[in-house]
Design a protein around this ligand. Structure first.
Ligand SMILES: Cc1ncc(COP(=O)(O)O)c(C=O)c1O
Length: 402
C-alpha cells in the first residue's frame, strides 16, 4: 500500500498503456497456414471455403442452427432489423454501444430508448410496455457485458403486442443460460467479431437464427439480393454483408483459443474481485447468476463517488496516469448523444437507471495481455486512490481537470 500514485507525481504503474479490449492473438503458425490455403485457393471472398468451414464450426460450437458470418456486427444489426420487418418505432436500451441504435436510425426506424435493470445492465422489461405505441414494430434487447436479457418477460410482452424481438449478443459469445447459448434467444441475434471482442475475426460479425426462412432471407439480403446460385437473378435490393476469407482464417485460428482465453479472463476476474473487495464505494460487478457458461470478457466496476471520495471520471484519470486505460462503457447513454438529443429532445429524461449507471461504470483491462498480478496491482492503485482521495482531488483541480 506504499505505492505512490502517478497522478501525485509517482512513477506510472506500467511502462506501456494497458487497453480494454486489447486484441488476443491466435497461434500464428495456424493462422499463417490458413492464409496459405486462402492464397492457394485464390478465393478471397464471396462465401469461400474458409467462411463455410467457419460457419459450420460456429454452428457446432454455439449449438445453433444457422450462424451466418457477416462483415461486421453493425451490418449484421441492419440486416437483422430489416429481416425482422422492423419499421416505424423500435424499443431499444440506451445503455449500449451506439451501433445498436444507429442501425435502426440508419434505416429510418425511430429508436425509442428504454431503461435498464440495476442488477445486470440489460433492458428492463417492466419499462417496455408503456413505450409501446401503434407504430411500434419490435424490441431490441442487448445482452450487455454478456448478461442475458430477461428473455421470457420480453417474449411475453412482444407476443401480446405482436412485436418482433432481435437480440444484440455482441458481448455474449459462448455465454450460456437455461442450458442454451445466449445467442440462440429470440428469433434472431447478432454477434460482433470486432478485434476488441472475445472472439475476433479482425472485423466481423454474424447473425444467429434457428429459423430456416429467416436464414434464407438474410443470405439473399447480404449478397446484393442474388438468388441462390443463379448469379444473374436479383430477387431483393440487398447490400454487401459478406465476410472475407482472411477474416474467416482469423476466426478459425481464434476459435482454437477461446477456451484458453475464457480461462485467462476468469482468473483475471477473480484477481480483480479479490483486489477490489471491501474498497468503500467500489463494486466489482459479477456476471449474471443466470449464466451457466461465460467468456468473462468484461471486468465491470461501478464507482460511488460519495463513498469512494472520487468520481468515476476522476478515477479513470488516475488510472490513465498509471497507464491503465479503463473505458467508460457505456457513457453516455445513446439518448444523450448529440444526434439523438437533437432528433428526440427530452427522450433521455425518463431513463434514471441508465443515467446513473453510465456515470458510475467503467471497464478494466483483461485478456491475455493482463496477468492476475497486474490485476491485483490495478486493484491496489484503486484502493490507494480512495485512501488518498483528498490529495487526488486537489491534484486534479490543480491540473485543471476537476
Ligand atoms: C453491443 C454492441 N453492439 C454492436 C456492436 C457493433 O459491432 P461491430 O463493431 O462489429 O460493427 C458492438 C461493438 O463493436 C457492441 O459492443
Amino acid at each position: 500500500m506504499s505505492r505512490t500514485l502517478a497522478i501525485l507525481g509517482g512513477k506510472p504503474l506500467f511502462d506501456e498503456p494497458m487497453h480494454v479490449g486489447r486484441p488476443n492473438l491466435p497461434d500464428r503458425r495456424h493462422f499463417d497456414k490458413l492464409v496459405d490455403t486462402m492464397f492457394s485457393n485464390r478465393w478471397f471472398t464471396n462465401y469461400g471455403p474458409l467462411v463455410k468451414i467457419l460457419q459450420a464450426r460456429l454452428e457446432e460450437r454455439l449449438r445453433v442452427k444457422h450462424c451466418i458470418p457477416i462483415c461486421n456486427g453493425t451490418v449484421a444489426l441492419e440486416l437483422a432489423y430489416r429481416a425482422a420487418g422492423f419499421h416505424g418505432e423500435v424499443i431499444v436500451p440506451a445503455f449500449t454501444f451506439v451501433a445498436t441504435a444507429h442501425a435502426l436510425e440508419w434505416q429510418r426506424i425511430k429508436p425509442v430508448f428504454c431503461d435498464i435493470r440495476e442488477s445486470d445492465f440489460t433492458l428492463d422489461p417492466s419499462c417496455v410496455e408503456e413505450l409501446i405505441t401503434d407504430r411500434t414494430t419490435g424490441i431490441v434487447g442487448v445482452h450487455v457485458f454478456g448478461n442475458p436479457c430477461d428473455h421470457r418477460s420480453i417474449a411475453e410482452t412482444a407476443g401480446r403486442h405482436g412485436l418482433g424481438v432481435v437480440y444484440d449478443a455482441a458481448h455474449a459469445f459462448m455465454n450460456e443460460t437455461d442450458g442454451m447459448s445466449v445467442c440462440s434467444l429470440g428469433s434472431m441475434s447478432i454477434l460482433s467479431f470486432h478485434a476488441t471482442k472475445f472472439f475476433s475475426t479482425f472485423e466481423g460479425g454474424a447473425i444467429v437464427t434457428d429459423d430456416d426462412d429467416l436464414a434464407e432471407k438474410i443470405r439473399l439480403m447480404m449478397n446484393f439480393g442474388f438468388a441462390g446460385r443463379e448469379k444473374d437473378r436479383v430477387d431483393y435490393i440487398g447490400i454487401n454483408g459478406k465476410m472475407t476469407e482472411i477474416c474467416a482464417a482469423m476466426g478459425l485460428a481464434m476459435l482454437e483459443q477461446v477456451d484458453r482465453l475464457a480461462e485467462i479472463n476468469r482468473i483475471n476476474f477473480e484477481a480483480y474481485l479479490e483486489a477490489l473487495e471491501g474498497i468503500p464505494g467500489i463494486a466489482c460487478r459479477t456476471p449474471s447468476p443466470a449464466l451457466s457458461a461465460r467468456n468473462w470478457q468484461y471486468v465491470v466496476a461501478t464507482v460511488d463517488e460519495e463513498s469512494f471520495g472520487l468520481s468515476r471520471d476522476s478515477l479513470v484519470e488516475v488510472l490513465e496516469a498509471e497507464n491503465v486505460l479503463a473505458r467508460k462503457y457505456f457513457y453516455p447513454g445513446c439518448h444523450r448523444h448529440e444526434p439523438y438529443c437533437r432528433t428526440f429532445p427530452g427522450s433521455g429524461r425518463e431513463l434514471p437507471v441508465t443515467d446513473r449507471l453510465s456515470e458510475m461504470v467503467m471497464c478494466l483491462p483483461t485478456g491475455e495481455a493482463v496477468t492476475p498480478a497486474m490485476a491485483r496491482m490495478i486493484g491496489d492503485s484503486i484502493r490507494l486512490a480512495g485512501v488518498r482521495a483528498g490529495e487526488v482531488r486537489a491534484a486534479l483541480k490543480e491540473g485543471g481537470h476537476a
